[in-house]
Write a protein of this length. Sequence first.
Length: 184
Amino acid sequence: MIETREAQRMADEAGLDLVEIQPDVRPPVCKIMDYGKFKYELSKKEHKSRAASKSAEMKEVRLGRSMKIDDHDVEIRLQQARRFLIDGHKVQVVAQFRGREIAHKDLGMGKLREFCNALSDVSKVELEPRFFGKRVTLILAPDKVKIDALKRKEAKEKAASAGPAPTPAPPGQAQASGAPPAQP
């Protein structure tokens, strides 16, 4: 244990700061360090953790302004949601009811279940479909295991479709091209 004045003198000689690390304990724990550098590194860590958490933000996909949405439009929304899930984002699917459509809640729930089943290869249901007024929402979260398996499968198919690279003919042999060989 060093006296405060002695510790401050040592910090001044080194050109550094005396920083109190744990003020609650007796005697308080202090450290000799460059406080500006410490604050800078702390802000960098905080910024990095904020950037990492932002990558998993919530994306919203709306199934039109009413339940009278065409199958092709639903397909487009499915592709959009699939892209978001593969990128690691959660997806909130929203279906809106207008006017008398609310009398047929079962149709809206059926559409959301179909949507959920179509994305079951890359996602898992985080929040079952729920009514909020005239809206039904469903939250899907990416399933990392399924997405990794899908990416491996696509990479394998891509490698297989590329096939072996054509090898050049050895020198002195003509290539079969349909044209007659050159006369010497």
